[in-house]
Write a protein that binds this ligand. Structure first.
Ligand code: 5RP
Length: 229
């Protein structure tokens, strides 16, 4: 008799990489924690070793609430000079560890916490792996009064920016700002692109993580966790 194994669901792949990220946590660590459904699986896994975790620095109100619910103290980023590790998901990741992030609107705090960490561990299911960034609409956090001029700058690059809505109203980030999602870009030089867009007045954070790229990516695949460095 032959049996066929059913493929893992995306949720199971996320749980697998969330669990695998525990190997990067050392006893007594203060852990940098990202945001999103994959990170939620990591937080679930962290709950199983919470007595070994001194504290966390979180990238969103949502992750803070989850961390506190499992009994992990959350520190202000200003209270920490350095983290050994930051664990977060991605919307896209390429072969260099460059990423698009911000699908969960937490990109600014994610970049801030990632900048404190010596190592960025990206956890993602295999659907996030791309050859060139840009298929996923690029999130950009903006000061509301600059949204239209920033949208025009993207149009000049061939991108179409739309204001992200929630319940029919502009989504307001944890920082009180808005998000543009930019469709139609092909980002062939992520480092230069991130530097250039960061200079535009009114841009709070662009969702290209090239200067804060992943040091390692744990990619959930049908055949297990692949470690990409
Ligand atoms: C939130 C993010 C997330 O890491 C990204 O959107 C991936 O989310 P998920 O794990 O739910 O697919 O950048 O701002």
């Amino acid at each position: 008799m032959t049996t066929t194994s059913s493929p893992l669901t995306q949720d199971e792949l996320k749980a697998m990489v969330g669990q695998a990220a525990l190997r990067y946590i050392a006893p007594g660590d203060i852990v940098g924690v990202g945001t999103g459904s994959t990170v939620n699986k990591f937080i679930d896994a962290l709950a199983t070793i919470k007595d070994q975790v001194r504290a966390a620095v979180s990238s969103s109100e949502a992750s803070t609430a989850r961390l506190q619910a499992i009994g992990i103290p959350v520190l202000d980023a200003n209270a920490v000079e350095q983290l050994s590790v930051y664990v977060d998901g991605a919307d896209e990741i390429d072969g260099h560890g460059y990423m698009i992030k911000g699908g969960g609107a937490a990109l600014t705090r994610e970049k801030i916490v990632a900048a404190l960490a010596q190592r960025f561990v990206c956890i993602a299911d295999e659907s996030k792996r791309v050859a060139t960034l840009g298929q996923f609409p690029l999130p950009v956090e903006v000061i509301p009064m600059a949204a239209q001029q920033i949208a025009r700058r993207f149009a000049a690059l061939g991108g179409q920016a739309t204001l992200r809505l929630k319940d029919g109203q502009p989504l307001v980030t944890d920082n009180g700002q808005h998000i543009l999602d930019v469709h139609g870009l092909r980002i062939t030089d992520p480092l230069a692109f991130e530097s250039a867009v960061n200079q535009w007045p009114g841009v709070v954070t662009v969702g290209v993580f090239a200067h804060q790229k992943a040091s390692v990516c744990l990619l959930g695949t049908a055949s297990g966790v692949e470690t990409l460095t």
